[in-house]
Write a protein that binds this ligand. Structure first.
Ligand code: FE
Ligand code: FE
Ligand code: ZN
Length: 285
């Protein structure tokens, strides 16, 4: 079972997003729960969320992923910005409790000269403040490209946050193929080694979701520019190897490639065909 979906562009309600996911052949998806650049939460509509919950169950979706807004920086030097991040995440997590058993993913943030260790401590402090005991949402730290002072370009930094956070039982990691490649992990030629390193440093049991993106830039570029699958430096074959790797079985795979829902539908069909083809050739060996 490979759960495959995309980051959806719709913002017309949660149930509508579930329908949009079905329409593009997805059985998982990612979405923002508020404007990606603004601080205002979408109005919480328990009926709408309930309808989505039923749809996800009925159509056997894998875990879905809510993505925190990009402007969130829990390790900013500015206390007001850190405070805003905590407030946004707290509100988002309250909404997510209407969709129990799913994930909430965020970018750890940029420490802007404070140093990675201080940044990691601030992130852990925020998590301990907003992640509640008994909460039914797993909060995911995303692996990042390491652009500027971005935290999460190295597996060790995510480990440090997990070590510092008392709420670590309710935390996980989302691996982004473009970001790890840009961060210098060679998933094209050394996927097994990269996943072994992830397991040694973070633990594969922490891995709860995967963003599948090609990259416009070579490994180690620390750039973070996503490309369509097959049109970047990672390539379709390497993406399929990620999706079919036994260590990642059962995880939701989410496209964040630069296209719309229709384009994502085409990528989903292409990837499912490639995976089916690989299973066939594997059986013939
Ligand atoms: Fe992201
Ligand atoms: Fe991502
Ligand atoms: Zn990215």
């Amino acid at each position: 079972m490979i759960y495959l979906g995309a980051h959806l562009s719709s913002s017309k309600g949660f149930y509508k997003m579930g329908r949009d996911a079905l329409a593009i052949g997805a059985d998982t998806f990612q979405c923002f729960v508020r404007n990606p650049r603004g601080a205002r939460a979408k109005t919480l509509d328990p009926d709408d969320l309930g309808r989505l919950r039923d749809l996800l169950r009925e159509h056997h979706f894998g875990p879905v992923v809510a993505h925190a807004p990009y402007i969130m920086n829990p390790c900013s030097k500015d206390e007001g910005i850190r405070e805003l991040a905590a407030r946004m995440m707290e509100e988002d997590l309250a909404l997510m409790e209407y969709l129990p058993g799913n994930c909430y993913n965020f970018h750890p943030g940029s420490h802007v000269g404070q140093g990675a260790e201080t940044g990691c401590r601030q992130i852990a402090e925020m998590l301990d403040r907003v992640v509640k005991p008994g909460q039914k949402t797993v909060v995911l730290l995303e692996t990042m490209a390491g652009k500027g002072s971005e935290i999460g370009g190295k597996f060790e930094e995510l480990r440090l946050i997990l070590d510092m956070a008392a709420c670590r039982d309710r935390l996980g990691v989302c691996l982004d193929t473009c970001h790890v490649s840009d961060g210098g992990y060679d998933i094209v030629n050394c996927l097994d080694e990269v996943l072994e390193e992830f397991d040694r440093i973070i633990g594969l049991s922490r891995l709860k979701a995967v963003h599948i993106n090609d990259s416009m830039n070579p490994p180690g570029s620390r750039k973070d520019r996503h490309a369509l699958i097959g049109e970047g430096t990672i390539g379709k074959e390497a993406i399929v190897r990620v999706m079919t790797h036994p260590a990642l079985a059962g995880l939701p795979f989410v496209l964040e490639t630069p296209t719309d829902d229709k384009g994502h539908g085409e990528e989903i069909a292409m990837l499912r065909a490639a995976i089916a083809g690989e299973a066939e050739s594997g059986a013939a060996d």
